[in-house]
Design a protein around this ligand. Structure first.
Ligand SMILES: [Mg+2]
Length: 166
């Protein structure tokens, strides 16, 4: 695969991410995607898996920022539900807002994990910005039309992701 499209890590779920290890490696922040990463598609409800992850991050004083292409109205509701700050209209995969978001946390890109379910937005943008990228399977199969095209492109480069629940 083209290196810029390759996630640094690919995991099955948020549960298996060992934040203690990441903290030891110098990670101090997480940018986390919304749709199909911590919320079902187009929803603002947060999964228990995500709540548990935020709790583990808080204990280690790892900052978590919701980083979504969704507009402020919906991203804000989701962030309030998740009880984490948010950065909306992120325009992933363009790298500038990644850099801005990292700056708002007072960190350097290499101290930040970008966690999301899409290669052509989360992984590509995170890699371009110099973050450590973690790819998760999407929560469910429902997606935007545009995302379906990006999934087709993922399959073209040999990535086939099974939804975490179907
Ligand atoms: Mg997503």
């Amino acid at each position: 695969m083209i290196p810029i499209l390759k996630p640094d890590y690919s995991v099955e779920s948020l549960q298996v991410l060992n934040l203690k290890d990441w903290h030891q490696k110098g990670i101090r922040g997480v940018l986390i995607d919304l749709d199909n990463t911590i919320s079902p598609w187009r929803k603002t409800t947060i999964t228990q898996e995500a709540f548990d992850f935020f709790e583990r991050a808080a204990v280690l004083e790892i900052q978590v920022l919701l980083f979504s292409n969704a507009a402020a109205a919906r991203a804000g509701v989701a962030a309030a539900n998740a009880k984490i700050p948010f950065f909306p209209s992120a325009k992933k995969p363009l790298p500038w807002k990644f850099k801005q978001a990292v700056k708002t946390m007072g960190l350097k890109p290499q101290q930040v994990l970008m966690i999301g379910d899409q290669i052509f937005t989360d992984t590509l943008g995170g890699n371009l910005a110099g973050c450590v990228t973690v790819l998760l399977p999407p929560l469910e199969a429902n997606e935007y039309g545009g995302t379906k095209i990006l999934r087709f492109m993922e399959r073209m480069i040999g990535v086939k992701q099974k939804p975490r629940k179907s």
